[in-house]
Design a protein around this ligand. Structure first.
Ligand SMILES: Cc1cc2nc3c(=O)[nH]c(=O)nc-3n(C[C@H](O)[C@H](O)[C@H](O)COP(=O)(O)OP(=O)(O)OC[C@H]3O[C@@H](n4cnc5c(N)ncnc54)[C@H](O)[C@@H]3O)c2cc1C
Length: 360
């Protein structure tokens, strides 16, 4: 028996958090609506480096989902989607249940990719999903061992700066120059901080396979050890690629500015899982999609015209430096310092306050 809903939200990503926040504030459309998400908490990626560096407690970095869903007046289904049939809008869940939605909205994020692995000499720890990552990182503290991080984007750099002082040695390995989507001055600033933290940085080093306990790039060994964190940027979730939804060459769901799938307009997609021109995959853009998505889901349920999401031209990036400060990149400008760290802390805490369920 397939349970039927007017709208099913898949994943508690940044855009869906914005939707729930607005609905909790009184803008919920009518109909039977549920959110499907396996975890009882949403971990906020902006504060994850601070959690790892010991600057925040776990409770400060996660949003309890059940109270937020209750405040928004929707059901929470505690399961993961394992398959989607786009033509019938039917979702298979890890619980064995199947759910059907008249409308669907997808915001389940992405996963880091891993190089091919020969043998079991190295343990790979993807940075997402966050709950599994945090739990295993705690195990890795007892006792700490040499560590490598694969991925030289903002996440890899922040993780390296947060973890460097907690392990005997740390290598940061990047296929491109570090922070390649940002101004070159940000890379210089990050390199100075990484050097001060004792991180060995390998740039332009595309690891193509893991042979036993050795990382291989261009046929040469580049690092030997038993623990590897994967912060390799977004790769698509396999079940989305196999759903029948139109996808780009990498397997991300192609969407129109209304955030509807190009092939299946009754399915919306936002955040990392979606592919839209001029829209990088990071939390800033996913957050900004939230209000447009909330409006369009209500319009769709009411049979009204939809609005277009317009990606902003510049996004503020504030990277935690692992010592309470932050590095800033915005519109080609860069800066750093403890004042920026305090500002980042204020912005992050405000995000958490905004998404906490209102007191009843
Ligand atoms: C260490 C780190 C730091 C970062 N810092 C920043 C930053 O400071 N600023 C910034 O802009 N970006 C940052 N990012 C990037 C940012 O995390 C993502 O781009 C952002 O989270 C957008 O993701 P999303 O909204 O698509 O989904 P996510 O936030 O990844 O959420 C996905 C949700 O879907 C759920 N889910 C996953 N699979 C399923 C399934 N099969 N069924 C049901 N639910 C599912 C998950 O449990 C989760 O609740 C950082 C990333 C990392 C790794």
């Amino acid at each position: 028996m397939t349970a039927a809903f007017d709208l099913l939200l898949v994943g508690a990503g940044h855009a869906h958090l914005g939707v729930l926040r607005l609905w909790a504030g009184g803008q919920r459309p009518r109909g039977r609506i549920a959110l499907i998400c396996p975890e009882p908490y949403v971990w906020y990626s902006g504060m994850l480096p601070g959690l790892l560096a010991g600057r925040y407690s776990a409770g400060q970095c996660r949003i309890p989902l059940q109270p937020l869903c209750a405040a928004a007046g929707i059901e929470w289904v505690a399961a993961a989607v394992t398959a989607l049939e786009a033509d019938t809008r039917t979702l298979q869940l890890s619980s064995g249940e199947a759910l059907h939605g008249r409308w669907l909205s997808l915001n389940p994020g992405s996963l880091p990719s891993a190089p091919a692995q020969e043998g079991a000499g190295m343990e790979l720890l993807p940075v997402k999903p966050f709950p599994a990552f945090i739990a295993r990182w705690q195990d890795w503290q007892r006792p700490p061992e040499p560590l490598a991080i694969l991925g030289g984007g903002a996440a890899g750099v922040e993780l390296a700066l947060a973890m460097a002082r907690q392990v005997p040695s740390l290598a940061l390995i990047s296929a491109a120059p570090l922070l390649s989507g940002h101004p070159p001055a940000l890379r210089q600033r990050a390199l100075r901080h990484l050097q001060a933290a004792g991180v060995q940085v390998h740039e332009r080093c595309a690891v193509e396979r893991i042979r036993g306990d050795v990382l291989m790039a261009a046929g040469q060994p580049v690092w030997q050890g038993q623990r590897l964190v994967l912060a390799t940027g977004a790769s698509p979730l396999p079940w989305l690629r196999e759903s029948g939804l139109a996808c780009d060459g990498k397997g991300f769901v192609t969407i129109a500015p209304t955030l509807q799938s190009l092939s299946h307009p009754q399915i919306f997609a936002a955040g990392d899982c979606a592919s839209l021109a001029d829209t990088p995959r990071n939390g800033v853009y996913a957050v900004r999609q939230g209000p447009v998505l909330a409006g369009n889901l209500a319009h769709a349920l009411n049979g009204e015209a939809l609005a277009a999401y317009q990606p902003q031209r510049h996004a503020l990036a504030l990277l935690a430096d692992g010592q309470g400060g932050a590095l800033l990149s915005w519109a080609g400008l860069t800066a750093e310092g403890t004042v920026l760290g305090r500002w980042k802390d204020w912005l992050d805490r405000r995000f958490m306050r905004r998404h906490a369920a209102p007191e009843r």
